[in-house]
Design a protein around this ligand. Sequence first.
Ligand code: DLL
Length: 433
Amino acid sequence: MNIWNREFECMSRPALAALQLERLKGAVRYVYERVPYYRESFDKIGFQPRHLQSLSDLAHLPFITKDDLRDFYPFGLFAAPQREIVRLHASSGTTGRPVVVGYTRRDMEIWTELTARMVTLAGVTDGDTAQIAFNYGLFTGGFGLHYGLERVGATVIPASGGNTARQLMLMRDFGTTTLIATPGYALYLGEEAEKEGIDPSRWKLRLGLFGSEPWTEEMRAEIERRLKITATDNYGLTEVMGPGVSGECPCRAGMHIAEDHFLVETIDSATGRTLPPGEEGELVFTSLTKEAFPVIRFRTKDISRLDTEPCACGRTTARMRKISGRTDDMLIIRGVNVFPSQIESVLIDSDGIAPYYRIDVYRRGALDDLEISVELASSDLLEPYFQLEELSAAIQRKIFATLALNAKIRLVQPGSLERTTGKSQRVFDHRKP
Ligand code: DLL
């Protein structure tokens, strides 16, 4: 199995901890000296950089949230002068001001190294032809993967997002072996291929690197079945760097985190208390080497758990389990906590329906209503009414068994729910003002 940087990816845990501590001391001093926001927030609790003596001392420092970052739009938290910044990206906020992040030349070098590690983790080599169907732009997905793939020597096709017919043409004519996209878009590409009567097993496509949005194991199995590939999960976020923060190896035992550059904690999102490895909680990241846009204890809202046991692949870096949801994703419906991923797991495992769905929550009087629209796999099913009744009743029973909630199931025509080339939006909570 290929490992891109054996020295850092296979370090002993004690040596890694020593390296992290040394880098953390530097990072804390660096932000204290260069970013007024951090200096003020540290001063407020009487913390001086010299007080940081062990990795666990980090838990004394305040968190920073996405809202805090937004308040400093555009460059208020930059730690390097404009002359040293060679790249800007911004987070894909749905509303309001985006978070703008910058990279120095050294940041770019490290980002490239880390995406090279990530694609090697997934199994990409210089023998691969990689089609990047992430958007190139302020979104970190396209450009982030681009440089890492080039670094490992893969042949890069910078297709960018959208234009599905052309994506399929490129895959066939250029002999693409590796597809890079959101899982939602990968699924759509598979569907369009099927519609065109294309059998992907006749192509060279063998591997998919997917990420940037939540997806379940059931969705993974569906993508693998449709595109006849191995699908890997990859995690990152603009505020921390972009893609390359963590990625999955063939052992499928979580995503290896680049711990020599990022310190990750899991916290109880209600109390802020740090949790021991293995317990599920909100991920919090601290950058150890970033120059332009360092972050100390950034709260991601992403829920996962950490595993520091050695991995069969030989790497020693901690792994984070598949993101199970976001703290702001959780719906409370009639007092029941519901994660959209629970609904996705039920739906994709059901026969007769396509893996497209939409969740709507309404408040009718004092009660919440959960409505789930699901696409039928084939229009043949539209005819016999009793079959439709039976199908929706079966889904309703499964949802009830998982969530103890009665949902209204709407079966809709094949192809009628929105397809996306980027991040998917599947949940619409109409109760919010
Ligand atoms: O999505 C960076 C990225 C690009 C990652 C390409 C992987 C591949 P943002 O647009 O800032 O950055 O969105 C970050 O997306 O906080 C998660 O909620 C979600 N996310 C990213 N990767 C995964 C994943 C990029 N593998 C936000 N599984 C994060 C689940 C993911 N959620």
